[in-house]
Ligand binder design. Sequence first.
Ligand code: OSB
Ligand code: MG
Length: 365
Amino acid sequence: MKLERIHLYQLSMPLLTPFATSFGSIDSRECILVEIRTDGLTGYGECAADRDPGYSYETTGTAWHILSEFLIPEVLGVDIQGPEDLQRRMDSVRGHQMAKAGLEMALWDLLGKAQGRPLRALLGGVRERVEVGVSVGLQANPEALVQVVERYLAQGYRRVKIKIKPGRDVGDTQAVRDAFPELRLQVDANSAYTLETAQGLLPLDDLGLLLIEQPLAEDDLWDHRRLQESFSTPICLDESITSPRHARQALEMEACRVINIKPGRVGGLSHGLAIHDLCRIRSVPVWCGGMLETGVGRASNLAIASLPGFSLPGDISATDRYYAEDITNERFILNADSTINVPTGAGLGVTINQKALKKYTLRSS
Ligand code: OSB
Ligand code: MG
């Protein structure tokens, strides 16, 4: 399929409520929408990089640069055979997984539209709806946190993740556990600890958590292995897994017992699929992480989360948990059983609200 034209849109999407993590607080989410045109079809992909390099070194600025100066020139006007062919052509660029993933997602959307099949079918998904949870940012104090969690439970979410950081870890988690003894609960530190300071997290081991996500540095595997030895709660890696090779090495060295798969972080859906497969062979549970995506990235997350190895609920919440208005005409809603339906239309199964797209676009090319 010949990629005739590729356009980029840098977006800034206002969040309904600020989202605070150990690396900072945001009240609007930037991202890049990738649009590929070919043979009368248009495919969309979302690049998950944000404005600031707090979660990852990639930003909307670096991704824009890498896409426009290196990745797009490599593939524009070229007859691309599929995701594998695209990945081979992108190999000349080191790293920049989110930039690559945005382009690959748009290709998947095109492939699905060309074949009249939903992305779920292309990827080998087996579920029509997927179990989801909600990721709750740091709040002013533990009492406020308990109130926010209570509100999400009332909406129907049955799995909650709370963000932690030094000074806001055991107390916050204990407060939520005391208020909701049966809740499926997990925590995410976003790399805020060292091997030494993470010893302070040991009381979490008695709170019946599903997992502890990414306590140590974003480029670390070995210290996570050492930390996992002191915890019976599974450690789950997010930031540290940036490719299928890292995933294999993390499992071989027992650096974690669960993996959070974000296709953006690992270079695209095809790499997410590869990590799913290697974890499945080893019976290692995986779940789909989130990056506060627009409807485009959310559709993609739902599709990959429908694969059989995704045995834990994903960080894929309903549209109204994030945005008053989205760039897709479709809005995702939470079912009473804490699931969200996987789109059934061709490709990603979503359509772009051009008026909203225009409203949230900072620059385009
Ligand atoms: O670490 O999982 C994370 C959002 C942005 C960057 C990193 C993370 C997150 C979330 C939000 O936790 C998950 C969601 O999209 O709801
Ligand atoms: Mg995380």
